[in-house]
Design a protein around this ligand. Sequence first.
Ligand SMILES: Cc1cc2nc3c(=O)[nH]c(=O)nc-3n(C[C@H](O)[C@H](O)[C@H](O)COP(=O)(O)OP(=O)(O)OC[C@H]3O[C@@H](n4cnc5c(N)ncnc54)[C@H](O)[C@@H]3O)c2cc1C
Length: 449
Amino acid sequence: MSLQRIFQADAYGQQPVTQNFWHRAFEPEVLGEPLQEEHSCEVAIVGGGYTGLSAALKLAQQGVDVAVLDARHIGWGASGRNGGFCCLGGTIAEDDELIRRYGEVEARRYFYAERAAIDLVAELLDQYEIDADVASKGETVLAHKPRRVDQLKDTAADIQKRYGISCHFHGKDELTELGMNASGLSAGLTIPVGFALHPYKYARGLAAAVKSQGARFYEQTEVLSIVPADDGQYVLKVRKGHLRAQKVLLATNGYSSENMPEWLAGKYLPVQSNILMTRPLSEEELKRQGWFSNQMAYDTRTLLHYFRLLPDNRMMFGMRGSVSAAPQARERMRQAARRDLERMFPEWAKVETPDFWSGLACLTNNLVPFVGAVPNTSGLYAAFGYHGNGVAMATYAGQLIAHEMLGEATNLAYPAFLKTAPTLFPFGSMRRHLLALSYTWFSLKDRIF
Ligand SMILES: Cc1cc2nc3c(=O)[nH]c(=O)nc-3n(C[C@H](O)[C@H](O)[C@H](O)COP(=O)(O)OP(=O)(O)OC[C@H]3O[C@@H](n4cnc5c(N)ncnc54)[C@H](O)[C@@H]3O)c2cc1C
């Protein structure tokens, strides 16, 4: 029995995270031993990232006997590797597209959910006293070319229309005053919602909260299959045992498999994202470059760069990855990230970048997340597909799906379209190659326009 995945095996191993600053700076305690022999629970959650943890928290609070299983350790996936932008997002469908497909009311419900998701993370940090190095007041979009300034104005109008939020426009001089000086920038726009956090501290803090509510963890426990049993329960098979559960949540997002269970085949598309991190920069180095803001920021490229200065003055610099997870491809991505960092921040051209890591985020063919029951089953649920913006939305989706599993109404905004199963991507298990064409076109577009 082996899991069929659509990236090379390397993407699912340790190599992409050996130089992960978040993991390196924060040694986790073991939360659970590998599952051995036979056990049972009411709800089994496969995947110990934000989705699984947030769902586990809600369920455990309601007295449900929950077990969270992760193939590695809790927070090992994208939840312990991301840029920590807790921001609006989760879909990459345009507003008009959402309205055309699902109607104005449903689309608005989603926009409301995006804001509520950020508030939810803030509440959890507060309620469980999770110290996750929170910083940044909203996020700032930076025009990487003069001709992209109009795009910022369009973004401000869209944000106003979508969320009723007024953004602040910054000319080049104001950006410099704000400590956001980088090569090629023409203007900026601050969207005053959201904040930055240490993603792994957040994941591990959530896990501690889950544990405090009585849930169990099984780490280093890869689920190999989920088989319906005669009594209506499910049997989750792992290498050295199995777990019987009344209900199961698939919370594997970009780390999902085509055959675990087969329903997932073709319904998700993992995409690689990479982060390069400098060593701590001195005050002098920050001053020379003119970047000393801790604002989380990204540029107007379609294949965008996302970056922010951490509390100890390391610069975190993220960009989308390649369609290959082979070691040579990862090295090329590291070099590309380094080249782009040097171009944007020429004063730091000689600064060491000891950390570089990659991870898998997840797209759906419908361009919106799926958060619902697996059709034609009883007791099997899934939540995935946050389109690279899951810090807030995966946390929120976890709570939504927990309500759904409990069969209780929620006063959280829960657009009905999130419960519609994603359509299939073309090209089956070769579908990641679809990305190659888009990447080439987007990078050309970013250079020309
Ligand atoms: C480099 C990078 C940067 C990002 N930056 C941002 C950002 O700044 N802001 C933002 O909002 N989002 C960002 N994202 C996206 C965000 O991290 C994800 O959307 C979010 O973490 C998804 O959480 P999750 O719990 O659904 O999945 P994950 O955190 O990926 O968890 C899935 C887990 O499932 C486990 N698993 C898989 N298969 C099995 C199995 N068979 N048995 C047992 N366990 C299994 C894996 O081990 C993994 O731990 C980024 C992603 C990446 C990769």
